[in-house]
Design a protein around this ligand. Structure first.
Ligand code: 13P
Length: 341
């Protein structure tokens, strides 16, 4: 492992004003997104849609540091035969790869899941590196509900994250460590804060046991928000302050950067919350975005599966990338959204 190089990549992933595009939806998940825009889930449509984002040159150059790809996409070629990874690299962004293989029920723990995909990971990583991937992603999923999460769920998922991270670093790939506490459910903000603290504490303990170098990772957590079904709502300032408090309690300063998931927040909420955290300032790590839905919902809607809408979709993508780039600097303003509408 060359830690200097891993650290350089990790820093590039969270460079000022830039964040990560999570375009690594599995074939099933992108199918759900395509259903919403009445578009058939074919290999060509998946390629055309992702190609349009990767060819949005200005957004990719100015605001996107890296793109998380799904296995299908990392091997795919654009319509003109150029490998999609080459388009991403030419735009100045780093290709990355989702390496987990999804979730399965956790035995003896009703309602809880464990992320799988460790078995052949040591063999798969060098192939992804050769194909251009310089970072990877593994997502652990923690559900909050009556009696859950259990310690078994927290521990098993943190352990898997640490084993994945150690394997990535041995293959000279920066691991995005993603323990996601879901927004689904009726729980309030206190419950989200408690469970997020727990999974983060456990994850960093397991990373230590697995001898993972924190200078060569990027953390991808959820923000501290009430569950979608909760009767209580939170202001942007509350979300920002609570999230920063939890991170300060749990994340060592050696970690170069934290790139949030959007997790079901609206586009503007995800931007405003990130911006408010950066306005608090004085933090040891860079705080940026690694959004899937909050970057893609607008371009998907504008595209609607039609080639004549590519330019409109690219404009929508560019706008969200720019807004989130500003939020990563703490320089976003709500009226910038209205001007673009
Ligand atoms: P969302 O921003 O849509 O939550 O997706 C980010 C991601 O990569 C989840 O693993």
């Amino acid at each position: 492992m060359n830690l200097d190089d891993l650290n350089k990549v990790a820093k590039a992933m969270v460079a000022p004003g830039k964040g990560i595009l999570a375009a690594d939806e599995s074939t099933g998940t992108i199918g759900k997104r395509f259903d919403a825009i009445k578009t058939e889930n074919t290999e060509d449509n998946r390629r055309d849609y992702r190609e349009l984002m990767f060819r949005t040159t200005e957004a990719m150059k100015n605001n996107i540091s890296g793109v998380i790809l799904y296995d299908e996409t990392i091997w795919q070629k654009a319509k003109d035969g150029t490998p999609l990874v080459d388009i991403i690299k030419k735009a100045g962004a780093l290709p990355g790869i989702k390496v987990d293989e999804g979730i399965k029920p956790l035995p003896n723990s009703p309602g809880e899941v464990i992320t799988i995909g460790l078995d052949k990971l040591a063999d798969r990583l060098p192939k992804y590196y050769e194909q251009g991937a310089r970072f990877a992603k593994w997502r652990a999923v923690i559900d909050v509900g009556p009696g859950i999460p259990s310690y078994d769920c927290i521990h098993a998922n943190a352990h898997a994250l640490a084993r994945y991270a150690a394997l990535c670093q041995a293959a000279q790939i920066v691991p995005i460590v993603e323990p996601e506490v879901l927004m689904d459910g009726n729980h309030d903000m206190d419950a989200c804060q408690k469970v997020t603290t727990w999974i983060l504490k456990e994850t960093f303990q397991e990373l230590f046991y697995a001898k993972v170098a924190l200078e060569g990772i990027v953390l991808k957590p959820n923000m501290i928000v009430p569950g979608k079904g909760s009767k209580t709502r939170a202001t942007v300032e509350e979300v920002a302050q609570r999230t920063v408090d939890v991170l300060k309690n749990c994340v060592p300063g050696a970690v170069p950067g934290i790139a949030f998931l959007s997790g079901g927040q609206t586009d503007e909420e995800a931007t405003a919350n990130l911006d408010a955290m950066n306005k608090i300032g004085g933090l040891p790590w860079a705080l940026t975005f690694s959004y899937g839905r909050a970057l893609q919902a607008a371009p998907q809607k504008a595209w609607g599966g039609k080639s004549e809408n590519v330019a409109a979709a690219q404009r929508a993508f560019m706008h969200r990338a720019k807004m989130n780039g500003l939020a990563a600097l703490g320089q976003w303003k709500a009226d910038l959204e209205k001007k673009a509408a």
